[in-house]
Design a protein around this ligand. Sequence first.
Ligand code: ADP
Ligand code: MG
Length: 678
Amino acid sequence: MAKSSDLEELKGIGKEVVGKLNRLNIYNKDDLINYFPRRYEDFSVITSTSKLRPGQVTIRATIKQVKGRYVRRGMHITEAVASDETGSVRLVWFNQPYREGSLKLATEYYISGNFELSYQRLSIMNPSVELVSDFPVNTARILPIYRETKGMTSRQIRRFLRELMPLIIELPETLPDWLIKEQKLKSRSWAYQKTHSPKSMEELKLAQYRFGFEELFGLSLASLINKNEIDSEKTLSIEFDEKLAKKFVANLPFKLTDSQRKVIWKIYQDFQKSQPMNRLVEGDVGSGKTVVAIMASLMVINKGYQVAFMAPTEILAKQHAESIYDLLRPLKLESAVGLLVGGMTTAAKEKARKSIKNGKIKIIIGTQTLIQEGVDTHKLALVIIDEQHRFGVEQRRDLIAKAGYMPHVLSLTATPIPRSLALVLYGELDISIIDTKPLDRKPVITKLSSNNARPQIYREIDKLLSGGHQMFVVCPVISESINPNLRSSEEVYDDIKNHAFKDRRVGLLHGKLPAKKKNDILQEFIDHKLDILVSTTVIEVGIDAPGANIIIVESAEQFGLAQIHQLRGRVGRNDQQAYCYLMLSANSPPSRRLRMLETVNDGFKLAEIDLEIRGPGAIYGKLQHGQLDLRFAKLSDHELIAKARESAEKFINLEENLVKYKELSSHIANLTAVTSLN
Ligand code: ADP
Ligand code: MG
C-alpha cells in the first residue's frame, strides 16, 4: 500500500501512481527531484526532412495524412506523412491506435524518433509528437531518460519534474558562496534544472561538474574533519629506545630495505606525539610489511603497553604469531606473544583471555575473534590491522574501541590505492608506501593464453612441478555458474586431479568449506603435502606458501588487474623464478587490459588502469565503494579530486561553521561514518 505523500499534490498523481513511483524508490517530491536521469538522448537539433539520416532525429513538420489499421491479429499500425518546406517523411507507430484520433492535420509539431528502415522504407519509428505551440517536453530537445518501471515511463517522469520546476528553481544553495565563486560552479538550483532539462550538452556538463565537485568536496571535508578529531585526541606517547631497535635489527635474518626503514622511522616519530597515530602502510605483496608491524610493536611492549594485531584469516594470524615469536626470541621477548583465534579450544581461549586481561600477553594476535570474544585489554596502545581492506569500518572501529581511548592505529594493505583516490577515501590517514622489494625477488613471468594453448602450457608446468615446485590454480567461481564458459573450482579440480595432473597430489579450497577444513588444506599445502591447490580467491589474502612458484588464473578476464597482481604475489616468495598463467575463458576475446600484466609489475600503475577502466569496485570490492554512492564524480578524475581537496582544506582553515550549512553537514555526518577508521 502506497503511503500518501506530497507527491499527490502533483497533477495526475493519485494513490496508484504514487505506488508506481515508490517502486522506483521515489516517496516524495524531494526524491523525485533527486531522481537523476540514467542517460540522455539528443533530439535538440531540428533537421529538415530532405536531410534526414538514419539515427535519432527531430523534425518540425505538419501532419498531412494519418491512418491506422490492424495488420495481423493483435498488431496495430498507424502510418502518417509529415511534411516541411523541403519534403516529407513517413511516420510509423506500432500498437498506438489512439494516434489516429489525436493528431491534428495542418498543425505544426515537433516530431522526435529513430529514423530507420521499416518494411524496406525509411521511416521515423514510434516518434514522440508535441505541438510546437506548447513548451515541448518530449521532443526537440535533449531528452533525459530515467530508470523506468511498469506503468511509469520517462515521459511521465519528465512531466512530473516539469511541474516541479518552480520548486527546483527555489532550491537553496548548499555550498559556501566563496567556494561557488572561486571554483566557478553553477548554483545548485541551476544544476538540478539542467540535469533534468538541459538545453545543450554544454549545460549538462556544467551541471554534472557541479554535482561531481560537491560529492568529492563532501568526502574530502568528511575525512579532514575526522583527521582533526583524531588530532585533538590524546593518547599514550611511546618513547623511542634506540638501543632496542638496533638490537632487534641486528638479529634479523635479513637486512631491512630502505623503504622499510623509512616507514619504521615515521612510525617511531608518530609514537612520540601525544596525538594518536593513524597510519596506513601500503606495500605490494611480499614487500615486507609484517616486520614493520613487529618493530612498531616492539617499542610499545617495551613501555609495558599492549598491541592488538588483527588479521583476516586464522592461518594468517598463526603465521604472524610464529614469525613474531621467532623474531622476538633473540631479545627474549617471545613470551609476550599470544594468539586468540576461533579454532582454539575453549580452555585455551579462556587462558589467553586471562593473560590478555592481566597484561601478561602484550602482543595479541587474532582474527575477528578479537572483537567477538569479549576480550578485555590491558593498556592497549597500538592496534594493527593487517590487510585492512578486508575489514569493514565497523570491525575496525570495534577493535579500536577496546582501548577505551584512541590508541595508535597502524593499518597494512597490499592493495595499491592510487594517490588521488587515497586522498578522497582515506584523507584522514597518513600514508606510507613501501615501494622497494627485498632484493632477491625476480618479477613473476606472466603469460596470457587462450584455451587452445592449454595442453602446451600443462606440459611446461609439468616440467616445473617435477622440479619440486608447487602450483596454485585460482578460479572465479566455486561451482558451475550461469555462465558455462567460466571455469569453476570444482570442474578444474576434477580435471586436474583425474586427468591433466593425475600423478600429483591435488587439493581443493574454497570459501564454502568449514573453517577448520580450510585451515587444514592450506596447512597441507604450506607443508608441501600437496603439489597443486585449486581454489577461489580465498588465497588472495597474504598467505605465505614459500614453495609455490606457479599460479594459473582461470577465466582471468573476470578479475581486476590489481587483483591478479595480488594473486601472483602469492608465488615467487623464494629465490626461484615464478610463473603466472592467465587463461582466458572460451569465447573471451584477446584482452589488451590483461596484456598489461605481462609487462607492468607495478601494483600502483595497475590499480590506476583498473580505476580508469573498471571503476573503484575493481580495487575495493563492494563493501567500501558501494557506500560511497558517487553518482557524478569519477574517482579517476585527479584534477577534480585535487580541487575538491584544496577547497575542503580552505573550508577548514577559514574556520567555517558547518552548522551554517545544514544539508552539507548532514551529508558529512553520513560520510564521516563511511570514511572514518574510528
Ligand atoms: P607482506 O608485505 O606481503 O605482508 P611479509 O611481511 O609477509 O610481506 O614478507 C614476505 C617475506 O619477506 C617474509 O618471509 C619476510 O620474512 C621476508 N622479508 C621481509 N623483509 C625482508 C627484507 N628486507 N629482506 C629479505 N626478506 C624480507
Ligand atoms: Mg602481509
